[in-house]
Design a protein around this ligand. Structure first.
Ligand SMILES: Cc1ncc(COP(=O)(O)O)c(C=O)c1O
Length: 385
């Protein structure tokens, strides 16, 4: 692609950091992971952080640690990556979708209470594209009904809304360090919590439910360990932690760059006829991707790609993917706002070192495509000045 969808900014600092781990004895979970966890907990302002192999694993572990499983329901959004729902199903629980706000794509808090049944155990909001859901209202609902909240904050390390950040009003919040995320080690994740018991439980579940780890054996010498719970294999290695650690120094600067680039896009895009999702006052938008809504999305994305512009779909509404149609009987029309967004959304090139010239070019190409397809100046019949 002439203008890629995403380009990481890992460089010499990360090479040096990984080299240091490779020169040492411990490649698996050890002191480098512990250092990453301490810094990540501090960044989020939470008491505990656990580094794991993915956000999916983090969500799964948090559900298991909260005893949410077969027979339980978890309320969540269909405007997300499938991992939100697969984590719920991996725990044996049922994802119960609630429609999203038409303007932001986030879970519509006004619809949550109507979806609560005697089987509901938790709410799993997704801070879509980095804009936090209304956590104050969600917490109030959860408290009224005795529910847990596990935030899918895969897009939202830096986000804040109404003075709160991810994990602050929830039992736990999960983050992704997947290849295109704001912090990345290729594949990785973390979960934060203020609850010590929950933290200890997740730590046990992160590694097979066993009472000692390789680093314990390395430091203390061999002694027998026990398996005391059914656990998984979700521990992050020192190599991934080493890749992540130097990136803390760039988080604020990279967020500022992404805010600037988003503002450039938002200034130029209206003339093309593309629609922009709403941000909100009193929030810090983590700006994970640059989503726009366009008519004829599949043809537009195809032409963008042919013109050398990297663009992807984050996401089609997941309740209409085959698995959810076949297993939960979902149909077109179940969640109209999610479907409207999911049918029109595409993500344009977006990463901290993207140039303004590249944005000019992307928007120019998009405008030409929409014009060729006869859509310029109108989305869904709505006039654009
Ligand atoms: C909203 C959301 N939740 C969860 C995930 C899963 O993250 P991971 O790949 O780290 O498991 C993603 C990944 O793209 C995501 O976008």
């Amino acid at each position: 692609m002439a203008i890629p969808f995403y380009q990481h900014d890992l460089g010499q600092a990360e090479l040096d950091s990984v080299a240091e781990v490779l020169r040492g004895a411990i490649l698996t979970t050890g002191d480098t992971v512990a250092r990453f966890e301490a810094k990540f907990a501090e960044l989020l302002g939470r008491r505990h952080a656990l580094a794991v192999t993915s956000c999916t694993g983090a969500l799964h572990m948090a559900l298991l640690a909260l005893d949410i499983g077969p027979g339980g329901e978890v309320i969540t959004t269909p405007m997300t990556f499938v991992a939100t729902a697969t984590a719920i199903m991996s725990a044996g629980a049922k994802p119960v979708f609630v429609d999203v706000e038409a303007t932001t794509g986030n879970l519509d808090v006004n619809r949550v209470e109507a979806a609560i049944t005697e089987r509901t155990k938790a709410i799993m909001p997704v801070h879509l594209y980095g804009l936090m859901c209304d956590m104050r209202r969600l917490r109030a609902i959860a408290d009224r009904h005795g529910l847990a909240i596990i935030e899918d904050a895969a897009h939202c390390i830096e986000g804040r809304r109404d003075g709160v950040g991810p994990g602050e009003l929830a039992e736990a919040a999960a983050f992704s360090f997947y290849a295109t995320k704001n912090l990345t080690c290729g594949e990785g994740g973390a979960v934060v919590t203020d609850d010590r018991t929950l933290f200890e439980r997740m730590k046990l579940l992160r590694l097979h439910g066993v009472t000692k780890t390789a680093i314990d054996r390395y430091k203390e010498g061999y002694s027998h360990w026990d398996m005391v719970a059914m656990g998984w294999k979700y521990n992050m290695s020192n190599i991934e932690a080493a890749l992540l650690l130097p990136q803390f120094d760039r988080i604020a600067a990279n967020l500022a760059k992404r805010h600037h680039l988003a503002a450039c896009y938002e200034r130029l895009l209206p003339a093309t006829g593309a629609e922009i999702l709403t941000s909100l006052p009193d929030c810090v938008h983590a700006r994970h991707v640059m989503p726009v809504l366009v008519p004829d999305r599949d043809r537009v994305i195809n032409r963008l790609n042919k013109a050398g512009v990297g663009a992807v779909v984050n996401y089609r509404a997941i309740h209409l993917l085959t698995y959810f149609v076949e297993n939960f009987g979902h149909r077109v029309g179940d969640f109209p706002n999610a479907e409207r967004i999911g049918d029109r959304i595409l993500s344009l090139p977006f990463f901290p070192n993207l140039s303004e010239a590249a944005i000019d070019e992307v928007v120019g190409v998009l405008g030409t495509i929409l014009s060729d397809l006869g859509h310029i100046g109108a989305v869904d019949g709505r006039s654009v000045a």
